[in-house]
Design a protein around this ligand. Structure first.
Ligand SMILES: [Zn+2]
Ligand SMILES: [Zn+2]
Length: 163
């Protein structure tokens, strides 16, 4: 049985369940993440969208540009505006980047990579033992084979016209 975890927005209207472990987790320090969160960075965990179920509440769509270019759609609680997850251009609706801070146990996952360190606030210290990259990185080179396979399966589905 895959582990199930729950999370939600700041007001409690939105609750979700996420099944299994993420394909990869990024701690992103790009300027856009800083602006969108008003903070140092964001932590996103990437899943197949089927792994995430909205249990209650409603979400609104907000289209914004990502640090690596292209449009991302941020899903926010319609009541309090907390961003709970995003969909990215490369994978359309097939992939979901869950905002790890919205998990009931936000320490459940450790990032695989710290990215966009080039634009990090100058006083931020990066964690030891987690690869850090000036901008983006190639997940195919960093991740273990079973997670690369999950990512590749989504890319193939996208090429076949899904999402
Ligand atoms: Zn809310
Ligand atoms: Zn970012």
């Amino acid at each position: 049985m895959d582990i199930e975890r729950e999370g939600g927005c700041g007001c409690g209207a939105v609750r979700y369940r996420v099944t299994g472990e993420p394909i990869f987790v990024n701690n992103c320090h790009c300027r856009l993440c800083q602006q969108q969160t008003g903070s140092t960075s964001v932590v996103n965990a990437f899943f197949e969208s089927e792994q995430i179920a909205l249990l209650q509440g409603t979400l609104s769509d907000h289209a914004v540009t990502t640090g690596s270019g292209g449009q991302q759609t941020i899903k926010r609680c319609t009541n309090c505006g907390t961003a709970v997850w995003s969909h990215y251009p490369r994978l359309g609706g097939l992939g979901t980047g869950l905002r790890v801070g919205t998990l009931d146990d936000p320490g459940a996952w450790t990032p695989d990579a710290v990215i966009f360190t080039d634009s990090a606030m100058p006083w931020v210290a990066f964690p030891e033992g987690i690869p850090a990259f000036a901008t983006v990185y190639n997940q195919m080179e960093l991740l273990p084979p079973e997670r690369v396979a999950r990512l590749q399966a989504m890319i193939e589905r996208r090429k076949a016209g899904e999402g």
